[in-house]
Design a protein around this ligand. Structure first.
Ligand SMILES: *Cc1c(COP(=O)(O)O)cnc(C)c1O
Length: 401
């Protein structure tokens, strides 16, 4: 059991807390589910990019899926080997592509025809061979929140199948590009296997036709997106998940790459905040806390649910309330119409499932310093990022008077 009260006393709030033992458990279970084939888990760094989190995963054998050169650098700094690093994203700058080629990572994931030519040009200039994969858009509805659905023709991601095929055939004869992988990622917080199985089938059959044409792909990258339980969602069984992918791969000698972010760390992260005030009007009861949407933006951005519990409360006199922050926006809330006991100044609230897309999406809006991050491992706690001070916040600014 994590002693949240003690952690709040020691590190103050708002505070992110990550359970490193839980991260290990999740990583190991997924790896186990894939054991019938060669597999590589490339953790999606954007979910939580703290260097200690990455180092922990590096020690477990994880690779990294990165969406900026900054994430590539973080992954390498944390000790993830270059041959386990993938660089994805629809908008890579020339400098980023160049650096990724020079760092000799496993592959750069191409998201458009224009980018294909850009990467080839840059590789030629450097006189290097860039290993590539193409992100194909299988036009599959992942049945998730529209903001995190990525596999439909209307989304900005990936290249449609027929065009991708042409690019692979081009790449086969390119002096500077070596096609090694194929990639898709249909969305995040997936709770249904069918779209994954369908996308796998579509992409695997494309692979087979490429093989006939002499394009030999080694890595079948199914992206991330394994959903987690925030409330009462039905989640995917890992074994079934792996089988639904393997089913499409019969007769193909490929390694499977999976890029989980949320699944690894989402439910292993807690966000702790202190109650400042209770206030009520004729309509509503509000609990005002010391954390805001700048710390955890998911409820404001996607209207998502995070379970909130009062720490050290016997839960008497429970009634409906909204939990809100100090930021000057009406979207600055963590929950609406939830049951909480009567609270007073200094009481603690625990916001659950906050490990993924929590800290990494935080900002300094309202000139609020970013929260402190703490890791728990073997019942010990370690600070893995200091609370941001006022000086930290203004460090890069210049006064021009
Ligand atoms: C965001 C993203 C992931 C991770 O998604 P999760 O839902 O956190 O598992 C994996 N791959 C790509 C390409 C992504 O953009």
């Amino acid at each position: 059991m994590i002693d949240f009260k003690n952690l709040a006393k020691k590190y103050n709030t708002p505070l992110y807390i990550y359970d490193f033992d839980g991260i290990e458990k999740n990583y190991t279970q997924l790896k186990e589910a894939f054991k019938a084939r060669k597999s590589l888990i490339c953790y999606a760094v954007k979910a939580n990019s703290n260097l200690s989190v990455l180092k922990h995963l590096a020690n477990l054998g994880s690779g990294a899926d990165c969406v900026s050169i900054g994430e590539v650098k973080r992954a390498m700094k944390a000790g993830i080997p270059k041959y386990k690093i993938i660089f994805s994203g629809v908008g890579k700058r020339d400098e980023e592509i160049e650096e990724a080629i020079l760092r000799d990572i496993l592959m750069i994931n191409i998201e458009s025809e224009a980018e294909y030519h850009r990467i080839e040009l840059i590789a030629a200039k450097l006189d290097k061979v860039a290993r590539i994969s193409i992100r194909v858009n299988p036009n599959i509805d992942a049945h998730t929140h529209p903001y995190i659905s990525t596999g439909l023709n209307e989304n900005k991601f990936g290249i449609d199948i027929s065009k991708a095929k042409k690019l692979y055939i081009l790449a086969k004869d390119s002096k500077y590009l070596e096609p090694v992988g194929i990639h898709f990622h249909i969305g995040s917080q997936l709770t249904d296997l069918k779209p994954i199985a369908e996308a796998s089938e579509i992409v695997a059959s494309m692979l087979k036709s490429l093989k006939v044409l002499g394009v030999d792909i080694r890595f079948f990258d199914v992206g991330g997106g394994i959903g987690i339980k925030y409330q009462d969602e039905k989640t995917i069984k890992l074994y079934d998940y792996a089988q639904s992918i393997f089913g499409a791969l019969k007769g193909l000698d490929v390694s499977v790459i999976c890029e989980p972010g949320r699944y690894i760390i989402g439910n292993n992260g807690y966000f702790l905040t202190t109650v400042l005030y209770e206030k009520s009007n004729n309509f509503k009861r509000f609990i005002v806390v010391d954390a805001g949407m700048n710390d955890l933006i998911r409820p404001a951005l996607y209207k998502t649910y995070h379970k909130i519990e009062a720490v050290c409360s016997n839960n008497v006199n429970v009634s409906k309330c909204d939990v809100v922050g100090p930021v000057c926006e009406s979207s600055d809330f963590f929950a609406k119409n939830i049951d909480l006991p009567i609270l007073s100044h200094g009481d603690l609230l625990l916001i659950k499932s906050a490990g993924a897309y929590g800290f990494t999406m935080s900002s300094n809006y309202n000139s609020r310093g970013r929260a402190c991050e703490v890791a728990i491992k073997d019942d010990m706690d370690m600070m893995i990022r200091k609370r941001e001070s006022f000086e930290d916040m203004i460090r890069l600014e210049k006064e021009f008077l």
